[in-house]
Ligand binder design. Structure first.
Ligand code: FAD
Ligand code: NAD
Ligand code: ISD
Length: 426
C-alpha cells in the first residue's frame, strides 16, 4: 500500500509544526503535505515539558501548547491540520528511507513517497546503558524528551512529595527538572561530572550564582563524580543511587538528563553527515537536493561565525524549519539561512537569555549579588556572545542586535565598566 505527496515531513516535533505553518502561509494546496510522526499527538512546544507541564498547581496541558504558540503564532490543533488538508500520520515511526526512490516505509507497512522531504526527526535522550550502566527501566527512573516521558515524570513526582530525588546531569534537563522537583516539594541532590552546572554554556562565576540560588532552595550539589549503580528493590524501584566516589544516596526517584543524540539513523549511508547531524547548506538542503534537514538533526552553516554547527535549541528549530520551507517553495528568491544562536531558560523566578557564541575571553558585568548581571564573550577583538540574567524584553532585544553586529572591542576594562551600556551604544 502506498500514498504520494509533494511534501513530506518526517518527525512531528517543534520544527515540523513551524514548517507546517510556513507551508500554509506560502500556499500549499490540500493533499500536498504529509507529516509522519512517531508521537501520537500533533506538534507541540517541547520546552513546556520541563517548565509549565511540571508545575503542581495549574500545570500546562495540551492542547494549550501546540506549536506555534511559543513564537506567538497560531496554535495548530489537529483540527487546523484537517482544515488545511495536511495529512497527519501520527503514532507511526518511519522505519526506513530510500532516498533514490524517494520513499519512506512506516512501521504500519505503508510506503509514503515524496517530491521534497524535510527531515525533522530531532534527537533522543541518551540512556545510562550507553555509558555501561543499567537501571533505566526501573519505574521511578525518568528521562525527559516527549510527552510520555513528562507524564511518567509527573507520576513519579506525585508519589515522591516530601521525599528525595537524585538528578543525574548538570545540563538543561538537570537544572530545569531540579527546579520543578523543588517546586513539587521534593528534596533534590544533583550529581554531575563537571566542576559546575551548565558547563557547556556558562562560566564558573555565572554557574556559582545559580548553584547558590539552588542551594538556598535546599538543592545539594555533588560534582566531579558520576553514577556507578542503582540499588533496586523487589518492586523494581530504585531506592538508592551509588556514586563512583563511594557515596550512597537513598532516593524516591531519579531524573536522568545526560545529553542527546540526533536521530540520523534513517539516512546514514545515504546522506552526508557532519558533527553528528545531517549536513545541509544555507538553504537547509542536504547532500540529496530533494531532502532538507532542520532542527536538532541538522548541521548547518552558521554564516555569522563562518563554520558549521548543530544546535539543540527551540529557536533554531523554529527558524530553520521556516527557512527550509521558504527555500523549497521560493527556490530562486531565498537567500542563505543567516542565524544568530539564541538560547534561554526560565526556572523559579530566574530567567536568562544567551545570544551568539561563547568563545574567547569572558567579561562579566552587572550585580552578581543582585538579580541582573551578564557576560560578554570577546573573540579576536570582536564581541561574539552575550548572556543576561534578569533583563527586560528591551534589554534582551538590544543584546541580540548588538551581538549580531559583532562590534569591535578595543578595551576589555571599558567593556566591563559599560556593561549593558556597551550593547545599547553598539
Ligand atoms: P523534536 O521536537 O524532538 O521533534 C522530533 C520529532 O521526530 C518527534 O516527534 C519524534 O517522535 C519524531 N521522530 C523521530 N524519529 C522518527 C521516525 N523515524 N519516524 C517518525 N517520527 C520520528 N530549547 C530551548 O531553546 N529552550 C528551552 O527552554 C527548551 N526546553 C526544552 C525542554 C525539554 C524537556 C526538551 C526535551 C527540549 C527542550 N529544548 C529547549 C530543546 C528543543 O525542544 C529542541 O531543540 C526542539 O524540540 C528541536 O525540534 P525538532 O523538531 O528538531 O525535534
Ligand atoms: P546537556 O547536554 O545540556 O547536559 C548533559 C549533562 O549530562 C552534562 O552537563 C553533564 O553534566 C551530564 N553528563 C554527561 N555524561 C554524564 C554521565 N555519564 N553521568 C552523569 N552525568 C553526565 O543535555 P540535557 O540536559 O540532557 O538536555 C537534553 C537536550 O534538551 C539538549 O539538547 C538541550 O539543549 C535540550 N534542552 C534545552 C533546554 C533549554 O534550552 N532551556 C531545556 C531543556 C532541554
Ligand atoms: O518556548 C517556549 C517555552 O519556553 C514554553 O514553555 O514555548 C513554550 C510555550 O510558551 C508554552 O506555551
Amino acid at each position: 500500500m502506498g500514498r504520494a505527496f509533494v511534501y513530506v515531513i518526517v518527525g512531528g516535533g517543534v520544527a515540523a509544526g513551524y514548517a507546517a505553518l510556513e507551508f500554509t502561509k506560502r500556499g500549499v494546496s490540500p493533499g500536498e503535505l504529509c507529516i509522519v510522526s512517531e508521537e501520537p499527538i500533533s506538534p507541540y512546544e517541547r520546552p513546556a515539558l520541563s517548565k509549565g507541564y511540571l508545575l503542581p498547581e495549574a500545570p500546562a496541558r495540551l492542547p494549550s501548547f501546540h506549536t506555534c504558540v511559543g513564537a506567538n503564532e497560531e496554535r495548530l490543533t489537529p483540527k487546523w491540520y484537517n482544515e488545511h488538508g495536511i495529512e497527519l500520520v501520527l503514532g507511526t515511526r518511519v522505519k526506513s528511507a530510500d532516498v533514490r526512490r524517494k520513499t519512506l516505509l512506516t512501521t504500519t507497512g505503508e510506503t509514503i513517497s515524496y517530491k521534497f522531504l524535510i527531515v525533522a526527526t530531532g534527537a533522543r535522550a541518551l540512556k545510562l546503558e550507553e555509558f555501561g550502566l543499567s537501571g533505566s527501566d526501573a519505574e521511578n527512573v525518568c528521562y525527559l524528551r516527549n510527552l510520555a516521558d513528562a507524564n511518567r515524570l509527573v507520576n513519579a513526582m506525585q508519589s515522591s512529595v516530601g521525599g528525595n530525588a537524585v538528578v543525574i546531569g548538570g545540563g538543561y534537563i538537570g537544572m530545569e527538572c531540579a527546579a520543578s522537583l523543588v517546586i513539587n516539594k521534593i528534596k533534590v541532590t544533583m550529581v554531575f561530572p563537571e566542576a559546575h552546572c551548565m558547563a557547556r554554556l556558562i562560566t564558573p562565576k555565572i554557574a556559582s550564582y545559580y548553584e547558590d540560588y539552588y542551594k538556598s532552595k535546599g538543592v545539594t550539589f555533588i560534582k566531579g563524580t558520576v553514577l556507578s549503580s542503582f540499588d533496586i528493590d523487589s518492586n523494581g524501584k530504585v531506592v538508592a543511587v551509588n556514586l563512583k566516589d563511594g557515596s550512597q544516596l537513598p532516593t524516591d526517584m531519579v531524573v536522568v538528563g545526560i545529553g542527546i543524540r540526533p536521530n540520523t539513523s534513517l539516512f546514514e549511508g545515504q546522506l552526508t553527515l557532519e558533527k553528528g547531524g545531517i549536513k545541509v547548506n544555507g538553504k537547509l538542503q542536504s547532500s540529496n537536493s530533494s531532502i532538507y534537514a532542520v532542527g536538532d538533526v541538522a548541521t548547518f552553516p552558521l554564516k555569522l561565525f563562518g563554520e558549521t554547527r548543530r544546535l539543540e535549541h527551540v529557536d533554531s528549530a523554529r527558524k530553520s524549519a521556516r527557512h527550509a520551507v521558504a527555500a523549497i517553495m521560493e527556490t530562486d528568491k531565498m537567500g542563505e539561512f543567516d542565524y544568530l544562536p539564541f538560547f534561554y531558560s526560565r526556572v523559579f523566578t530566574l530567567s536568562w537569555q544567551f545570544y551568539g557564541d561563547n568563545a574567547g575571553e569572558v567579561i562579566h558585568f552587572g550585580d552578581f549579588s543582585g538579580s541582573t548581571f551578564g557576560a560578554y564573550w570577546v573573540n579576536k577583538g570582536h564581541l561574539v556572545g552575550s548572556f543576561l540574567e534578569g533583563g527586560t524584553k528591551e534589554e534582551y532585544e538590544t543584546l541580540a542586535k548588538a551581538t549580531r553586529l559583532k562590534p569591535a572591542v578595543e578595551d576589555l576594562d571599558e567593556l566591563e565598566r559599560q556593561g549593558l551600556g556597551f550593547a545599547l551604544a553598539a
